[in-house]
Design a protein around this ligand. Structure first.
Ligand code: C5P
Length: 207
């Protein structure tokens, strides 16, 4: 069983995907971490003319060991850097097979990102497209960061999320849209448990 979960920044898709993985006893891949690892690897080149070359090389050299420092990968800076490398098609291509292989392991997997239902796994058994109001997403992300002891400027965070979404939506290679066969789930008014119950109901209804 392959469950594809897509959605914008801080929509709750990662938490939901992890919850689904636990519920169904499946492995889970957060593909945002792959882009974040590549982004961090080439942070010093951002804005320079060689940025693309380094980003593609980093994507080709990426292996699972780079995903271990999750704290660093989940920072807001890593998210912004990720969205800069994610517009480079060769970066996406370099990581696509790894994502497909992960999804197609025996027994299946839960895999989340932006383009899973559209590009990486158009053959997924169940596709969820998670949305939530921008302010709700900002507030959730702010609380996550505060829980880690970080001081949060909510105004700046809101704009950062909006800008990252705009870059992701405009990405011609991003595949970031709701697949025609994806189920839409709006989590604006749902807490984690309620969102997971709603997602499980959708998956059970399809399987
Ligand atoms: O999901 P997360 O916020 O960790 O993703 C970080 C960035 O990586 C996104 O803003 C997007 O630019 C990129 N990304 C992508 N395709 C994916 C996953 C993430 O383009 N499948």
């Amino acid at each position: 069983m392959i469950i594809a979960v897509d959605g914008p920044a801080a929509s709750g898709k990662g938490t939901l995907a992890a919850g689904l993985a636990r519920h169904y006893g499946l492995p889970h891949l957060d593909t945002g971490l792959l882009y974040r690892a590549v982004g961090l690897a080439v942070a010093d080149h951002l804005g320079k003319s060689d940025f693309e070359v380094y980003a593609v090389a980093a994507a080709r050299a990426l292996d699972a060991a780079h995903l271990i420092d999750v704290d660093k990968l989940t920072s807001a800076e890593a998210g912004v850097l990720a969205s800069h490398v994610a517009v480079i098609n060769d970066v996406r291509l370099a990581m696509r097979q790894y994502q497909r292989d992960y999804a197609h392991q025996p027994g299946g997997a839960v895999i989340d990102g932006r383009d899973i239902g559209t590009v990486v796994c158009p053959d997924a058994d169940v596709k969820l497209f998670i949305v939530a109001d921008s302010k709700a997403r900002m507030e959730r992300r702010a609380r996550q960061l505060e829980a880690k002891g970080q001081v949060v400027d909510r105004y700046a965070l809101y704009h950062q999320i909006e800008q990252r979404d705009a870059r992701d939506r405009a990405n011609p290679h991003g595949g970031f849209y709701q697949a025609p066969d994806a189920h839409l789930l709006d989590t604006t008014l749902l807490d984690i448990e309620a969102a997971l119950r709603a997602a499980v109901a959708i998956v059970d209804g399809v399987m």
